[in-house]
Design a binder for this molecule. Structure first.
Ligand code: ADP
Ligand code: GLC
Length: 472
């Protein structure tokens, strides 16, 4: 048994903006089921739902250079896993997680430096792990502190570090003048350290200073070592390739399963698909679409609205697509330009394209269950969870063959295209629409997907093997 402390910036069921939360909310429980001992550190945001948490430590001093942040620690236990919330109201008790209406919070470097440093307070006073497992740039300073400022401290000796990159597109880049504010000295501001084209790059620090690096699919682990997908860090990742592995995310079928999902209109299974049509009708009505649309194929989208997700391609082909006999429902929030794009598409194709600009978990479940196809034309996708959920709901994925999308979808379960172009997307969608007309072939595709098993079992085993390898 290994003792693992994870550091992350979001986790279900407490706080979520994207797939990182699904992973940080389900991998720990899966590891625990395998007999590992796991705890997680998170910020106590205003929006974090932690009723019933209790305070387990108070006034822990977290030093960033000369600046002292005093934090309390609240504990909530979820599926047997302790989640320690760093309570520091000046940093986390505000509207928004990473951003507000004006964009990124200007003190994000401090907010996540305190998170990373506070993890060592947990280690000193509450829970001493063998492995410190950090997720994304928000946790990336932890391995940096361990190997620099805290290197001589016997309390932390022997702790091994893992960094998981969920998305290389977000690196935590800040002006170099902020270095003292995160409690680091200029010694780390080198090309072999956190320096990145004249700026500070926190994710780079995590990559440089961690003992092992993982990312969330095998395909993405290869892609990020290329210039096309490397966001300027491909050279470093190639240098560290022996420490880098891809471990596909698992999914939590206790939450995402049409046989038990309480958000959907009717339950169904691979042996009895009949409930799915009630889900389709319910979904159409939720979007104010006519019942007759149930006779046409229905394409669903659930997504953060970000450049990564490939919506530029949808913009390119919108009028061609709308001339097909098809209905599209989209749920998402994010960048204004994509929110506007979907609003425009809905306004110009009423009754065919409908959009809900919101973050709405029950509606996300209804789309998984009610749609016939699920569209993810991502420019890049480290893993992607929605296409995996879609498989289980018999909602056939149409995806771009990149990263985790390419690794999880094949000809027997969905449709994919390689070239990032509107033409390639349109051709593939037309193939899918044609296949839908053949009810027997379509049911076969649905059933193939529903039988796939992407539960955490295998992937949690790969993490456990990595931890034990690191511990020798
Ligand atoms: P990413 O982490 O890049 O956003 P993933 O596919 O890994 O992509 O995970 C996205 C997760 O967030 C899924 O669980 C999805 O259902 C959820 N999600 C994304 N956007 C919304 C939304 N607008 N409403 C509800 N859930 C959403
Ligand atoms: C990121 C990626 C997504 C992945 C998720 C969880 O947000 O964009 O592809 O599934 O993290 O690892």
């Amino acid at each position: 048994m290994a003792k693992i402390l994870m550091v992350a910036s979001e986790a279900t069921p407490f706080i979520k903006t994207g797939g990182l939360a699904d992973v940080a909310g389900s991998l720990p429980a899966a590891l625990k089921e395998r007999g590992e001992d796991v705890a997680v550190v998170l910020p106590r945001y205003r929006e974090a739902r932690i009723d019933g948490a209790r305070r387990v430590a108070e006034n822990i001093a977290v030093w960033l250079g000369q600046a002292k942040y005093s934090v309390d620690v609240q504990l909530a236990v979820e599926r047997g896993v302790p989640y320690y919330f760093i309570d520091c109201p000046a940093l986390y008790d505000r509207e928004g997680i990473y951003v507000n209406g004006d964009g990124d919070f200007p003190d994000n470097h401090i907010r996540f430096a305190v998170l990373a440093k506070a993890a060592f307070g947990i280690i000193r006073y509450v829970y001493r792990p063998d492995i410190l497992h950090c997720h994304d740039w928000q946790a990336s300073l932890a391995p940096v502190y361990l190997k620099t400022a805290l290197a001589g401290d016997p309390t932390f000796m022997g702790i091994r570090t893992v960094l998981t990159i969920h998305n290389l597109g977000y690196q935590g880049i800040f002006p170099p003048a902020m270095l003292p504010q995160i409690g680091l000295d200029t010694g780390v501001f080198t090309i072999g350290g956190l320096e990145f084209f004249g700026n500070l790059n926190l994710l780079k620090g995590g990559i440089v200073y961690s003992d092992a690096i993982t990312t969330v699919s095998k395909g993405y682990a290869c892609e990020i070592q290329t210039e096309e997908y490397g966001f300027g860090l491909d050279g470093l990742l190639r240098d560290r390739s022996t420490a880098l592995t891809g471990i596909l995310n698992g999914v939590d079928y206790s939450l995402w399963n049409p046989e038990t999902d309480n958000y959907i209109a009717a339950h169904y299974s691979v042996d009895d698909l009949s409930g799915k049509s009630a889900c389709k009708l319910d979904l159409l009505r939720k979007f104010g679409l006519p019942d007759e649309a149930a006779e046409r194929p229905l394409i669903g989208i659930v997504s953060r609205f970000a450049g990564q997700k490939g919506f530029d391609l949808i913009e390119e082909i919108a009028s061609d697509l709308a001339s097909e006999d098809v209905t599209i429902v989209a749920l998402g929030t994010g960048e204004m330009r994509y929110e506007d794009l979907f609003r425009r598409l809905a306004a110009s194709h009423p009754g065919k394209i409908a959009v809900r600009i919101a973050y709405d978990n029950p509606l996300a479940h209804k789309i998984e269950a009610g749609a016939d196809m699920f569209l993810m034309p991502s420019l890049y996708e480290p893993c992607g969870l929605n296409q995996i959920y879609s498989l289980r709901y018999g909602t056939v994925p149409v995806v771009r063959a990149t990263g985790g999308l390419d690794d999880t979808i094949d000809e027997g379960t969905g449709f994919k295209f390689k070239e990032y172009s509107g033409a390639a997307l349109l051709a593939t969608l037309r193939d899918a629409l044609a296949a839908w007309q053949n009810r027997e072939r379509w049911k076969e595709l649905m059933r193939n997907g529903m039988r796939k098993d992407f539960s955490w079992n295998a992937s949690a085993g790969e993490y456990a093997a990595l931890y034990h390898r690191l511990l020798g």
